[in-house]
Each structure stands twice: as C-alpha cells, then as structure tokens.
Ligand binder design. Structure first.
Ligand SMILES: *Cc1c(COP(=O)(O)O)cnc(C)c1O
Length: 226
C-alpha cells in the first residue's frame, strides 16, 4: 500500500531472532516489526526496517482473561471508500494511529476500554487495533478487508483453526445489530490474541467464556510447535 520495496524475509527473520536471543524479560514477548521509507528530510534516505521487543501490557493480559467492555463509534467513512480511494491507506497498519488512540480514550471516558468502528449506515468495520469476530450457530463471521479494514493475521489463523475444529467461517459484511445476536463477540489481534467483548454499548452480552475457551484453543493449535 505504501509502494515500499518488497522486504527481504531472511533479513527480517535475522532481526527478529536477534531480538528474541537478547530478550531477558518475561516468557512472552510482543515482537514489533517496523518498515519505513527512511528518515524524514534525509536526502539519502533508504528504506529500512527494525525489530523491537516489548513486554505485554498489563491491561492486555487482564483483558485476555476478563474480556472487555466496548462501545461502537462512527469511523466517518463509508464501506466503499477504501476501493474508491486507495491513497487513504485504509487497512494499512501504519504508525499514524492518532485517530485510533483517540477513539480508545473516548471509550475510557464512556466507561469502556475498547471500540468497534462503524459506518453511518450501521456497517461494522474493526477495532482501533483489532479485528471483529462474531460467533453464531457454530459459525464465525468477520467483515471483508475490502471495506477498508486491516486483514488481521490473528483472525485468519483463528478461522483456519476453527474450521479444523468443525466450525464454519464466513467473511461477509456485518451490521451493528448483528453483534448482539450471537453467542460470542470477540476482538482479535496478535498481541491481545482473542479477547471477549462482555459488554457492548453498556449492554451485557451473554456469557461467552466456554466458546472463548474453545476458540482460543483452536487459534493456539495453529501455532503449536511440534
Ligand atoms: C493490528 C490490527 C488488527 C489485527 O491485526 P493482527 O494481524 O491480527 O494483529 C486489526 N485492525 C487494526 C486496525 C489493527 O491495527
């Protein structure tokens, strides 16, 4: 999306391994890979990348166990905008996350800790740093990336694992009204993993702990080291 040159996978793997080999923190590490066109203002700027290891935030660890209260907030865009205007970089994981972080602070002001972005017509996009997944009748649903959301690697792995465990999976548009009609609503991303939404817009959802445990296991099975 940024017209950067194709990164060198072997070099990325070496950078990641170097961070892991030098890690002295807790058993779990969040590994961030950043790729940039270069230093702003440097006439000789060349694309480069780096790997960064960080500890998992206490809030994230707690949310994995307890789930989160989320609110819906308007994203101010329409689902067909991404295809009409690719220069808006909708769906890129850039470091320009000012709006996304402001949305999370708004959630805090409203007594929640996470957000599900929506369109004016009620279409569901994604969380500020996560993919929305709905479980209903042994089927998992998530909206398509073509509406301008990031195609999450966690959602993709979850869907693969869940399919092997006998679930059906569907990538199709969702409406806000769909979100309360299932047996489980989740936010998925690589550091948070699969987090339950227990309350949406102030309304408690039905207890999804059992489905969460089943889906979390299906997700982990995709990464099992044999
Ligand atoms: C990181 C992120 C996701 C989830 O992506 P993963 O590859 O699963 O970590 C989804 N949406 C947004 C906006 C994100 O920043």
């Amino acid at each position: 999306m940024l017209d950067l040159p194709e990164p060198d996978l072997a070099v990325w793997e070496r950078a990641a391994q170097t961070v892991i080999d030098n890690w002295s923190g807790p058993a779990e590490i969040a590994l961030k890979l950043v790729y940039t066109r270069g230093i702003d203002g440097d006439p000789e700027a060349k694309p480069f990348g780096f790997a960064l290891g960080v500890e998992i935030d206490e809030k994230v660890l707690r949310a994995r166990v307890e789930g989160v209260a989320a609110i819906t907030l308007e994203r101010g865009i329409e689902p067909d905008l991404a295809e009409r205007a690719p220069w808006l970089l909708l769906g890129a994981k850039s470091i320009s996350y000012g709006v996304n972080m402001a949305a999370l602070r708004e959630a805090g002001r409203r007594g929640a800790s996470d957000v599900i972005f929506t369109a004016a017509d009620g279409a569901v996009f994604e969380g500020p740093t996560s993919t929305v997944v709905l479980a209903k009748d042994k089927t998992l649903y998530t909206p398509p990336a073509t509406i301008g959301i990031l195609p999450g690697t966690t959602q993709a792995a979850l869907f693969r694992g869940a399919e092997r465990a006998g679930w059906s999976v569907k990538v199709e548009p969702l409406q806000v009204s769909d979100l309360t009609g299932g047996e489980g609503l989740f936010l998925a991303s690589s550091v948070r993993k699969l987090t339950r939404v227990h309350t949406l817009d102030g309304v408690a959802l039905s207890d999804s702990s059992a489905i969460h445990a089943e889906l979390a296991a299906a997700y982990e099975s995709e990464y099992a080291i044999s």
